[in-house]
Design a protein around this ligand. Structure first.
Ligand code: HEM
Length: 396
């Protein structure tokens, strides 16, 4: 009997629910996979995904990193969709604003926010770990990072929630979502104008002070539009990803109570536990690239101008790199994983993401050392960028 045909359809909900059996077959049977239906190639082994991530000259981000967006050229792309030299200049400018000191200084605020959300549920018997906690926290953190006054942060978070609101059966944006989106834009116009008048010690003020290099070697300041675009980039890159990471944490630790117990007993293991959770379920599991020259894998040529996806989530479960990769082990020694990318686009918010993960888990485990999942209430969201759950009801 011949094995079933190997099909990796990135839009298939059943595959998305558990892509690992398909990924394993791809690594073993078709480490260079070609999907004719949607017209893309895919790399699934750790070494291949790593090398391609490091080779930005062959694998370009300038057409976007989501396959269905690559056919329409984008006006004013964010830096994640740029190649050098433009990318290098933006990265340098943001690097001066998102400094290790700035991230370190956020820790007490992150802890205060996490404690505030979680304290409300002590003794309540249960709550939704994602919609009541992990989806809220990162939105507040990005606002803090950019210098939004604390008294405005909750309003911004509520508007951000509303922009995602969809009426049943509606696919486009609802009126409420459009209104909230307008409110956010007006808020930022005012915030940017305030900072221009009165710079402070925050990331937005640093971005305003920064000088962006031009082709002719001269420099210029960022426009209001570009500053607003940075807020949008940090929000889109930093909110959904952290929300999904923590949602996975609640699920995986409930399903692996022995591993959870280790973190409760020895909180010093939590940073390593966060790396293992990132490895085990990559919140951003697929990065696409545009192929700039003919390139050969396993005797097959990928022609120039093809789309290719780098399957980060598969690389993280590659048995060639990680022993017993399908076992969650919070004490695993991990030298490297692919969940925060590699090379020139390596996650700019990596240290912030790691800190949010650590602080959120420390505060959770301190209050709730055990919990059960309400399995029937789990709800997965299916998107082209992040993978994880929007509802994770827990009971304790
Ligand atoms: C668990 C949380 C996070 C995950 C899993 C994650 C994952 C990633 C990955 C895989 C990339 C590389 C994309 C590529 O190669 O095309 C990336 C880039 C990026 N991330 Fe994150 N991220 C997280 C949190 C954050 C946070 C909190 C921020 C904001 C402060 C952030 C900001 C960015 C930015 C700006 C880039 C683009 C960097 C560039 O193009 O040079 N991320 N992230």
């Amino acid at each position: 009997m011949s094995a079933a045909e190997l099909i990796y359809d990135p839009y298939d909900y059943e595959i998305d629910a558990d892509p690992y059996p398909v990924f394993r077959r791809m690594r073993d049977e078709a480490p260079l996979y070609h999907n004719e239906q949607y017209g893309f190639y895919a790399l699934s082994r750790f070494e291949d995904v790593l090398e391609a991530s490091l080779d930005h000259e062959t694998f370009s981000s300038a057409r976007g990193t989501v396959i269905e967006l690559m056919d329409q050229p984008m006006k004013n792309p964010p830096m994640i969709f740029m190649d050098p030299p433009a990318h290098t200049r933006f990265r340098k400018l943001v690097g001066h604003a998102l400094t290790p000191r700035r991230v370190r200084e956020l820790e007490p605020r992150i802890r205060e926010l996490a404690a505030g959300y979680l304290d409300a549920f002590v003794g309540s018997g249960g709550f939704d770990f994602v919609s009541d906690f992990s989806a809220r926290l990162p939105v507040m953190v990005i606002s803090s990072l950019l210098g939004v006054p604390e008294e405005d942060q909750e309003q911004l978070r509520i508007w951000t929630d509303l922009t995602l609101h969809r009426e049943p059966g509606e696919t486009g944006m609802s009126q409420a979502a459009r209104d909230a989106s307008g409110d956010i834009t007006s808020y930022w116009q005012k915030h940017i104008a305030d900072r221009r008048r009165q710079p402070r010690d925050d990331m937005m003020s640093d971005l305003m002070r920064g000088e962006l290099e031009q082709d002719d070697g001269s420099t210029r300041k960022l426009s209001d539009g570009e500053l607003y675009a940075f807020y949008l980039l940090l929000s889109s890159a930093g909110n959904e990803t952290v929300a999904r990471l923590l949602g996975w944490a609640a699920i995986l630790l409930a399903r692996n109570p022995g591993e959870r117990e280790k973190l409760v007993r020895d909180p010093a293991l939590i940073p390593g536990g966060v790396e293992e959770l990132l490895r085990f379920e990559a919140p951003s599991p697929v990065q696409a690239r545009w192929v700039m020259r003919d390139v050969e894998y396993y005797g097959q040529v990928v022609p120039r101008d093809s789309k290719i996806t780098l399957l980060t989530a598969s690389a993280n479960r590659d048995e060639r790199e990680f022993p017993d990769p399908d076992r969650l082990d919070v004490t695993r020694q991990i030298d490297r994983h692919m969940s925060l990318g590699f090379g020139i686009h390596f996650c700019l918010g990596a240290s912030l993401a790691r800190m949010e993960g650590r602080v959120a888990l420390e505060e959770t485990l301190r209050r709730f050392p055990t919990w059960d999942l309400e399995e029937e209430g789990l709800q997965m969201i299916h998107t082209s960028t992040v993978r994880g759950y929007s509802q994770v009801p827990i009971r304790f």
